[in-house]
Ligand binder design. Structure first.
Ligand SMILES: [Fe+2]
Ligand SMILES: [Fe+2]
Length: 194
């Protein structure tokens, strides 16, 4: 037990807002990369990776960050309700994306929609809710939340990557096209039946 003024390593690490903003940047870059790729298999892999990243980020937020917003923000309840609605929209769009042929025009339309929903959602969180969190939540709690978010994201299989040896395993575990979003969410929240 650490008593007194000594700072432990975790107390000087990143806070939860740093972690979430880094996720936002990563997934935005990943989607930009999808646009730049033509090979259908690589496109599929990058898309599944993006879906996986967004789901694990969203689940971690709902498990740990949104409860903190509810507790500490003056309009927390309303903000969380709004954010969860947006997560549902994102997931609906990702389900479409997971089922559609990556070479089709519908893929482009759906990816465009995901990109725009994400940009809006990220804008809301980063301009309104995250600054409020930093203002109102004690620094040690923000740091602890960072750790919890990192751990929560790791519970599901790691991100697939083109040509990575674990890619096939990922698809076996999570299922290709058969409810990637739902099965990831189940795994992350521990609701999986097996
Ligand atoms: Fe977020
Ligand atoms: Fe979110």
């Amino acid at each position: 037990m650490h008593v007194g003024g000594n700072m432990t390593t975790s107390e000087i690490g990143p806070d939860v807002v740093d972690v979430l903003i880094a996720d936002h940047r990563d997934v935005t870059a990943l989607i930009a990369e999808i646009w730049s790729v033509r090979d259908p298999m690589v496109r599929r892999d990058l898309t599944d990776t993006a879906i996986s990243e967004v789901v694990r980020h969203a689940v971690a937020e709902e498990m740990y960050v949104y409860p903190a917003m509810r507790k500490h923000l003056p309009d927390g309840e309303k903000a969380v309700e709004h954010d969860i609605e947006e997560h549902k929209e994102l997931e609906k769009t990702m389900k479409q994306l997971e089922a559609v042929d990556v070479s089709s025009e519908q893929f482009d339309t759906t990816l465009r929609r995901l990109e725009s929903l994400l940009a809006d959602h990220i804008q809301d969180e980063e301009s309104e809710q995250f600054p409020e969190l930093r203002r109102r939540v004690p620094r040690d709690e923000l740091t602890e939340l960072a750790g919890k978010v990192e751990t929560a994201k790791k519970l599901a299989p790691t991100r697939p990557h083109p040509a990575a040896p674990n890619n096939e395993l990922f698809h076996k575990l999570v299922g290709p096209g058969v409810g990637l979003v739902d099965r990831l969410r189940d795994k992350l929240t521990g609701r999986a039946t097996r």
